[in-house]
Design a protein around this ligand. Structure first.
Ligand SMILES: Nc1ncnc2c1ncn2[C@@H]1O[C@@H]2COP(=O)(O)O[C@H]2[C@H]1O
Length: 656
């Protein structure tokens, strides 16, 4: 059968039909190829369009626009923060003065501040414009395109608030005489106070103090509005005729203080003022009235009244009432009507909520302020209890307690560096660490010509350790596993018995490097050449041998230069044996075991890479096979169609 097929196909290949068939097949291929090409091109165009879009978003590619009208604003910049501060002041104006307008006596003053209102309105308009230029982040890129910024702002709900705030409602005269209430729409700008709070929270170094300030401010504003409302209600009940025992405002409740005029006006009458004859408590009841009257006569023309204007008395008493009611301290005359009752109940409920919030917030703040301190004290107490329980000698106990004191005084326990390191992205934390430690590391002679990238690598691996006075950091003859950089304090390089001090190293000096650098010819090999102890308290950066060598592997030049410096130090002390130089294990920084371990790790890495490569080859082979199979099937299908077509044509010819 197969022979028949092969004969037929070979015959077809040799005939004209075979050639035609091939041409058709080729044409089909070309058509499909064109289709695909078209699709690819379309994709290319899409990609290009996206790329152009992306470029447009890229600040560097943004077409240069100049002029003051083409500015954009970075909302994290200092200038925008200052602007927010200014607008916050503007927003506070209606927050305070709108409510104050219930006091008629202040109206002349409010009218005089008209020009300021104009300035505040202008600033609000400017703020509206500024907000249409605030950059925002899209797909990780800061958008600076003006039309996009405008569009973004238009979609924001705050835009509506900005627009409401700039409506000149007072000029519409819909409020008639209540000119001041007409400016109530400016209150929508108060959202900028929250902006100010958020921005200050991220900038301030005393968040708790700022939190307390915010709380007090919010309380004062609530007291203020509630007080003004109280006075407004009092106006309905005609407060001018109200008496002391009435719930509403009355002048009786806040009389102008009457002071004795004797001391200032009648200096010679001092004895008269000092006398205690005025005590009426010992008098019988029937004599009290006459005595009081006689006293009043006596005091006539001997008193001085401190006159406060009506606005001051109205506002002071209303504010006082409001504060007392809201903090539920009460002691006010009882309300007499249903409305007064309802208002008082509402106020008390609001007061309860405010009170709960204040107590909760202040409590949280106090806890947060003392949290570190109390945690630290817990550890200290635990340590003390442990030492008592384990009967640690007094001298050692004293040393431990002093160590706690030193660590706290130097801010060691006040922040949890590990917690911060876990939270921040590694790169950012690295940058902060570089900023903090770079100065010390630059001072280190050993690293002075080092590649800055190596320093960066090393900084990320540094650990800070504190040593107490006379603590030994390393002892002569021990195997070196780490090196040290003095950050603060002094260390002494001493003989084995600690009697002879060879040298005292101040901040910025390195020690412990000779035994970990694997210096060729080092007579001590990887053993410490001397003992080192802390003179007083000292803060040291510790760098692990493994970490140092891992970093040095990437920077061979830096490694050579470090070894060179180590040789110079050893040569000075005649600690280099030229005969030993050739016997070294090579330039790997460690023992044979460590070297083998390292090799094992490397082999493991290579094996993983080979495995991955094998997997990807296998996958691509599979894909290739599937594709070839698909093509084959397509070809066969095409061939079948071609065969049918030809048959039909021949049929047609015959019929004809
Ligand atoms: N004479 C010296 N002057 C300065 N530092 C020294 C001296 N001798 C030893 N050291 C340091 O003391 C360290 C002890 O441990 P290492 O041998 O690893 O490295 C040593 C040097 O860093």
């Amino acid at each position: 059968m197969s022979e028949v097929v092969s004969t037929t196909s070979s015959a077809r290949r040799e005939t004209l039909g075979g050639i035609v068939y091939r041409i058709y097949a080729l044409r089909g291929w070309v058509r499909r190829a064109r289709k695909r090409l078209h699709l690819f091109r379309k994709n290319d165009v899409d990609i290009e369009t996206n790329f152009r879009e992306a470029i447009r978003e890229n600040p560097e590619e943004e077409e240069e626009k100049s002029g003051i009208f083409h500015f954009t604003v970075d909302e994290h910049s200092n200038s925008f923060y200052l602007w927010t501060c200014l607008i916050s002041l503007v927003a506070m104006h209606p927050l305070i003065f709108t409510a104050l307008s219930v006091f008629n006596d202040i109206h002349p003053f409010l009218r005089r501040t008209g020009p300021f209102n104009l300035i505040f309105d202008l600033l609000n308009i400017m703020d509206l414009i500024v907000h249409t230029r605030i950059e925002y982040v899209e797909n990780g890129v800061a958008v600076k395109n003006l039309s996009k910024l405008m569009h973004h702002r238009l979609k924001s709900k705050f835009f509506i608030l900005d627009v409401i705030a700039v409506v000149p409602a007072e000029s519409l005269e819909v409020f008639g005489q209540s000119f001041f209430w007409a400016r109530i729409n400016r209150l929508t700008k108060c959202y900028r106070l929250f902006d100010f709070s958020t921005q200050t929270d991220t900038r301030t170094t005393s968040p708790h103090a700022f939190g307390l300030f915010k709380l007090i401010f919010i309380c004062l504003v609530i007291f203020h509005w509630n007080g003004c409302l109280y006075f407004h209600i009092s106006k309905f009940y005609n407060y001018t005729t109200a008496r002391l025992e009435h719930w509403i405002f009355s002048y009786d409740k806040i009389i102008n203080p009457i002071l004795a005029a004797c001391v200032t006006d009648i200096p010679n009458d001092k004895d008269f003022c000092d006398t205690d004859d005025f005590l009426i408590t010992h008098l019988p009841d029937n004599e009290v009235q006459s005595t009081v009257t006689s006293f009043m006569d006596t005091w006539n023309n001997k008193t001085r009244t401190l006159k406060f204007d009506n606005f001051f008395r109205q506002y002071a008493l209303s504010f006082y009432w409001s504060a007392l009611t809201l903090v539920t301290l009460g002691e006010q005359p009882s309300p007499c009507t249903t409305f007064q009752n309802a208002f008082e109940i509402g106020d008390t409920l609001l007061g309860l909520v405010i009170f709960a919030v204040i107590v909760g917030d202040v409590g949280n703040m106090v806890v947060a302020i003392n949290l570190r301190k109390s945690e630290f004290e817990n550890v200290l107490d635990g340590c003390k209890r442990f030492m008592v329980y384990r009967k640690v000698p007094n001298l050692l106990r004293k040393k431990a307690v002093e160590y706690f004191g030193y660590v706290w005084a130097h801010g060691g326990a006040q922040v949890d560096e590990e917690e911060i390191a876990e939270f921040l992205p590694p790169r950012l934390f690295g940058e902060i660490a570089v900023e903090i430690h770079m100065d010390t590391l630059k001072k280190v002679k050993l690293f002075e010509d080092c590649d800055p990238r190596l320093l960066y690598e090393l900084i990320l691996k540094l650990q800070l350790r504190v040593y107490s006075p006379m603590d030994y950091i390393c002892k002569k003859g021990e195997v070196g596993t780490e090196m040290y950089i003095v950050k603060e304090g002094f260390v002494e390089v001493v003989s084995e018995d600690g009697q002879t001090i060879f040298v005292t190293l101040p901040a910025g000096f390195v020690f412990g490097e000779l035994s970990i650098l694997n210096i060729p010819g080092n007579k001590n090999k990887n053993l410490r050449t001397a003992s080192v102890r802390s003179k007083g308290y000292s803060d040291l950066y510790v760098l692990d041998k493994e970490d140092l060598w891992e970093a040095l592997r990437e920077y061979p030049q830096a490694k050579d230069s470090l070894i060179e410096k180590g040789i110079q130090i050893l040569e000075k002390d005649k600690m280099i044996d030229p005969n030993m130089v050739d016997d070294e294990e090579g330039d790997f920084g460690g023992s044979i075991e460590e070297y083998l371990e390292h090799l094992e790790k490397e082999i493991l890495k290579i094996t993983t890479i080979v495995d991955d490569a094998e997997k990807s080859i296998h996958t691509s082979q599979q894909r290739m096979k599937t594709r070839l199979f698909g093509m084959e099937m397509e070809l066969i299908g095409e061939m079948r169609r071609m065969g049918k077509g030809r048959k039909n044509r021949w049929k047609g010819v015959t019929t004809f």
